[in-house]
Write a protein of this length. Structure first.
Length: 134
């Protein structure tokens, strides 16, 4: 299930543990968790089924604000989001939009490259650690 512009990491843990580990990693980096959205629970609430699928929304104003100063529209995709999901074979994955793709999408100037690269590094670190890859 590949989608252009996304980075996907396989987890060595189940969906709930992966999401819990991701939240702990995000908090350990000093970022704020704004929401944890359980799409599977939402589906169940209306009588539908969905494999485990949840989104963690998090960020830090020091990282996002400089990007929004360059293009306020990027606020549509900020704060950061990571989707934790399970496929039909039972594997758990973490997926997120690559910050470089966001920079292209919103036409961010070159002087934001350092911030974009920092966000990319943070996402790689927290998802790898949550997945048990580090």
């Amino acid at each position: 299930m590949a989608a252009e512009g996304f980075t996907t990491v396989e987890s060595h843990f189940g969906p709930k543990e992966t999401l819990d580990r991701l939240e702990a990693e995000v908090k350990s980096k000093g970022m704020t968790v704004f929401a944890r959205i359980d799409h599977s629970a939402g589906a169940a609430a209306v009588g539908l089924t969905l494999l485990p699928t949840a989104v963690l929304i998090f960020g830090n104003a020091r990282g996002g604000t400089p990007l929004m100063q360059s293009s306020q529209l990027i606020g549509f995709d900020l704060p950061l989001k990571v989707l934790v999901w399970q496929d039909t074979s039972g594997k758990t994955w973490l997926s997120y939009v690559d910050p470089g793709e966001l920079a292209k999408r919103y036409g961010l100037p070159l002087d934001t490259a350092s911030t974009v690269n920092t966000l990319k590094g943070v996402l790689q670190a927290v998802t790898s650690r949550a997945a048990g890859a580090l």
